[in-house]
Write a protein that binds this ligand. Sequence first.
Ligand code: SF4
Length: 383
Amino acid sequence: GQCTLVCPTGAIVERDATQRVLRALQDKSKHVIVQVAPAVRVALGDAFGLGAGAIATGQMVTALKLLGFDKVFDTNFGADLTIMEEGYEFLDRLQHGGVLPMLTSCCPAWVTYMEKEYGSSLAHLSSAKSPMGMFGAVAKTYYAEKADIPAKDIVTVAIMPCTAKKAEAQRTGLGRGGQPDIDYVLTTRELIKLIKYVGLTFRDLPESPFDSPLGEATGAGAIFGATGGVMEAALRTVVEKATGKPLDAIEFTAVRGLEGIREASLDIAGRTVRVAVCHTLKNAAKLMAAVRSGTSPYDFIEVMACPGGCAGGGGQPIGTRRVVTAQRIASLYEIDRSLPRRKSHENPEIQKLYADALDAPLSSKAHNLLHTTYQAVPPAYTF
Ligand code: SF4
């Protein structure tokens, strides 16, 4: 870290990780990098007078640089990578009689709920790690090598709209050699606190771009922060890969919105594929009744535990109203529309990662690094 910040009074304590992150930032022997989830950039500005749903990506990157992070990267890159692995996993299950419906696995509150309540249905969960988990694995291997810094000297911090991500980071599947891939998780709230603590006038900050090579992302990565976004991002890649033809209409509007459960059916290379999207565990339970009894009509289901998905996540500023969540979601789709590339497989940094280090989606190298396992009895988390 390059930073000389210290909290002299110990005012930033609590159960949160801000103090430990500040300490890592002061440790000159550590290279401290940060990844930021899609939903954070559309929630943060509100706390600094920018208005609900304001897109504050550039100021956020500047703030993180001023806080002393050596590199500021994008969880959206991890989301593009998740789509590659999860999308190909879905195609593989579809084409080779795998367990269907496949369930998304990027929301830790949902995964933990599955492990507790539906232990006999765990084969339905995609084995793909979450974007945060994939990012951490790539950071401590590929990035360490590229940057020529030993993994033990790299500290990875994740800024998440989510409190459950703190527990996810401690899953043994998300680490190597006894060391976690994600060292610290800060919520959006904690980041706001840090920015206020060092006294940055956030709204006046200039905009900065993310660093490379884990900072490039497509619009598909951006919409992960909204309920329905993972499904839409996956379909953009799955349909194109299955048909071998470029997709004309890439906006799958049937899976958008705030209805508790949405569904769509589409033709993928001559086969009708039925997908469903839900948010909140109450709605998930409705879909899971049929999954458990083997009567679910769906092939692929996305579940997010929080209302609206991560845009309305448990680590976002307290008191988020539905209308604010909707504004954040609208901003995520705006980010998607504004980007030159909107399909994960078109991300040049992702293509380079596969070419340099992973061969192809679902290869044994990719499996090793980017997939995980679940257990019916949840591990004992420590916070
Ligand atoms: Fe976390 Fe909620 Fe997003 Fe799930 S939906 S990953 S619990 S913020």
